[in-house]
Ligand binder design. Sequence first.
Ligand code: PLP
Length: 446
Amino acid sequence: MSTAPIMERPPIGRHGRISPAEAQEFAAAKQLLPGGALGGNALAEDVKFVVQRGEGSRFWDVSGNCYIDYVLGSGALVLGHAHPAVQQAVADQAMRGTHFFAYLNEPAVKYAERLRPYIRCGERLRFTTSGSDSTFHAMRLARAFTGKPKVLKFEGAYHGAHDYAQLSTTPKRGSNFPAGIPDTAGIPEVVQNLTLVAPFNDIDAARAIIEANRDELAAVIVEPIQRILSPLPGFLEGIREITAANGVLMIMDEVVTGFRYALGGAQEYFGITPDLATYGKIIGGGLPVGAVAGRADIMDQADPSTKANPGYVYQNGTLQGHPLGCAAGAATLSVLETPGFHDRLFAIGAKLRAGLQEVFDRHGMGVVVFGDGPMWHFLFAEKAPTTYRDILAADGRKLGAFDTELIRQGIFVLPGVRRFVSALHTDDDLQETFAAFDRACRAFKA
Ligand SMILES: Cc1ncc(COP(=O)(O)O)c(C=O)c1O
């Protein structure tokens, strides 16, 4: 693994030819994997790469090109790649055994104990294996608890890959509220009808839909910062109040915000206590661990000693409470607990946004840079968006083309998707990023 100081490293960006090794891996991927991809994201032919290794804020592809990473494992890697404390914790645990089914194991129990004080609503906690797993089980717990079938989500919000979540996540046109637009083929219509959709940041619209559907609505699930949209003052408070008044549970999806915006996540950052909260990403320290936490009376429906009861809720998974993931998560948490960690993380985000806006303005690009804390994005638009439809109205083709140019210049972003910073992004990284944006603006204008 390279330990060369940054100044001695070769410059970021795509240089030269694709190596025979990477070409061979592309060919294998193309033949074996649908679309040559591991999941829902594939890059344009001329910028695609196979990652070989990562360290801190950077990674290298098989041809030896270096990138500054702002995707960061879709936000899981708040400490960057291959953090020594996380590596050590995983290695130590691997020597003691890697897997014990979803059965009590020491790293999981100890980790749950450490997480508990930070989760406002978390009287009880269940580990899962991903964010999707967490939201799926939270919705089931809510339906069982209330005896009602429907869940309301917001337009543009992402809560995972399952059938109850894949409605109006990235619709190409506005949803006809409260009906959602499926994001994928394969969701039975009967299931589609169980997910209602409301506009984010419009409390009056949300109130009207919740009140009209209160007898069928089990829960409202909300991303407290929806992808990159900050909640308008009073929005989350309003959702808390309206759900409580209508016998509807509030699920705060903290898969992204959890432990990122504060140790207590968005619940602490915004001062809101939901009934249930869902976790993924940071909580697993880069390994597959998620969690559902919440009120004891809701969570205890999943007590296996009550299996004979009609109200028992099945919540299980072969890999849940995974000891390696809990060790990685606990090691990550120890770093997050160091004094001033979040202030430093926020400062990196603020400095990056300010510097990028300056570069864009210098080139007269007509771009607005926005975001809160450790997340950032930009749009070809006049002002920062507050709703999904504002994002839809911005020039998405230009954004995609500019993002692709950024990859050429050695800045890894997923085209069109909001970005993160890690605590390992240094001042040198930011300076190199500004220079890369400058080159990208020149290339783009040319
Ligand atoms: C807010 C939110 N919820 C749920 C999920 C699903 O998590 P996973 O991809 O781990 O299944 C994501 C993933 O990006 C997310 O951002």
